[in-house]
Structure formats: structure tokens, C-alpha cells
Design a protein around this ligand. Structure first.
Ligand SMILES: [Zn+2]
Ligand SMILES: [Zn+2]
Length: 234
């Protein structure tokens, strides 16, 4: 059975070639340039190179891209994807990521894309990993392979949104690892040299940073990150 496509903003049925209805399209606000050289956030101060969040942080990933501001309609559509079972919203987020980030992603030229994993217990409960759905769809449109079983989430962590920045990093310590029984260090350092790590929402970057470190330890040389939505911290 084929379900009709619904607008991720209001839920109205829309025609299959549309992503969003005409009334809602403006409520999904893109992350505009100038972008922070590190995380891809929209810079408040147009003369700066880095956002406040990245200044003095030394994230180990090389560069970041993000499609939409995490507010209004985006926040609702993301919550529907993560907690309301609306897996189809991943199509919308992948299409927006393509529209708004594909040029920069192609310039970065990753060998593979890797989604930020969720813990197996959460996977069982939700039935899918939203970051993986976005990655899989984006992988098809971009023509860049996705590897979904390289990075594993080995520790159940508390919800990051409840914690301050310092506790976020502590909470995530050793939460991610690469599956070296499946992919050898030699294979990773040979074929997965440049990885585009994909997540649903970027806030302080703590999750992306921990995943990046796990990838670098396993033999990846360069990590770029892409998030469907960028949290506002100011
Ligand atoms: Zn709508
Ligand atoms: Zn930044």
C-alpha cells in the first residue's frame, strides 16, 4: 500500500512531487550563510569566522554543514520523526539537506556517509534510527555510499537536552565505538578515509565530537559532519 505524501508542517496531503505545502514552506527556516567555518552554524556576527559555540573548543571534525534552523516547523517535524513515528519526515529532511548543503558536501568529497547511531534498546522501541533514515535517503540522492554498521552506540546515555555542556561530554564518554570485528583498521584507513557523519540535530556538538573521535581512532583520517537541523544556543 502506498500512503499519500503529507506535509511535514501541517500534515495535509500534498502531491507526491512536493516536499511541503505552500503555506508551510516558509516556516522551515534554512541555516543561511555566512556559516561558521567549523560547525556550519549561521553566524550572527558576519565579520567573524567561528560561532561562539565553536570558539576555543577545538572540535576534531574538520567541517560542518546544517540545513535548517531547529525552531518552529522544523522542531515539530523533527519531533514527529523522532517520537511520533512519522518516518516519512526523513524524506523531507534529506531533501532539504540536499538542497541546502549538497554543494558544500560535494566539495568536501566524502568516501562514505555514517549516521550517528542510537542505542539498540532505543532502536527496538522506536523501530528506526532517524539519523540513519536521513543518511540512507541522502546517500541515494547524492550517490555517496552509506555505512550503517561501522559506528556503534555501546552505552545508554541520558537525554543530552537535560544536561549542560560539560555534563554532555561526560555523559557521552565511551558511548560510541567502531565495530572493528566487522571492519578492520586497515580497511577503514584505506577505504573510509573521509567520512561524512550525519545526525538529526546539532546543538553543542558533543555527540558529533564523541563520534568523530571514535571514527578517527578506528583509522578514519578526516570527518565532516552534517545535521538536518541546527539548534540555536543563543
Ligand atoms: Zn503544510
Ligand atoms: Zn560553529
Amino acid at each position: 500500500m502506498i500512503y499519500p505524501r503529507k506535509c511535514p508542517g501541517c500534515g495535509d496531503v500534498i502531491s507526491p512531487e512536493m516536499l511541503v505545502c505552500g503555506r508551510c514552506s516558509d516556516s522551515f527556516r534554512p541555516v543561511r550563510g555566512p556559516h561558521c567555518f567549523k560547525c556550519g552554524r549561521q553566524l550572527e556576527d558576519e565579520t567573524g569566522e567561528y560561532c561562539d559555540e565553536c570558539t576555543g573548543k577545538g572540535h576534531h571534525y574538520s567541517v560542518g554543514f546544517s540545513a535548517l534552523m531547529y525552531d518552529g516547523a522544523t522542531r515539530k517535524a523533527m519531533s514527529d520523526l523522532k517520537f511520533g513515528g512519522l518516518a516519512e519526515n526523513a524524506d523531507f529532511f534529506a531533501a532539504k539537506a540536499y538542497e541546502l548543503c549538497s554543494e558544500r558536501v560535494r566539495a568536501f568529497a566524502p568516501d562514505i556517509m555514517v549516521p550517528v547511531p542510537i542505542h539498540p534498546s532505543k532502536m527496538r522501541k522506536r523501530g528506526y534510527n532517524q539519523a540513519q533514515l536521513i543518511t540512507d535517503r541522502l546517500s541515494v540522492i547524492l550517490g555517496i555510499g552509506a555505512v550503517n554498521d561501522l559506528l556503534l552506540r555501546t552505552k545508554k546515555t541520558r537525554a543530552q537536552k537535560l544536561l549542560d555542556a560539560g555534563s554532555r561530554t561526560d555523559n557521552l564518554r565511551d558511548a560510541f565505538t567502531c565495530d572493528l570485528s566487522r571492519y578492520s583498521h586497515d580497511l577503514i584507513s584505506g577505504r573510509f578515509r573521509k567520512v561524512l557523519l550525519v545526525d538529526d540535530i546539532y546543538t553543542t556538538g558533543a555527540t558529533m565530537e564523541c563520534c568523530t573521535n571514535a571514527l578517527l581512532e578506528a583509522g578514519v583520517s578526516t570527518v565532516g559532519i552534517l545535521s538536518a537541523a541546527m539548534g540555536c544556543t543563543y
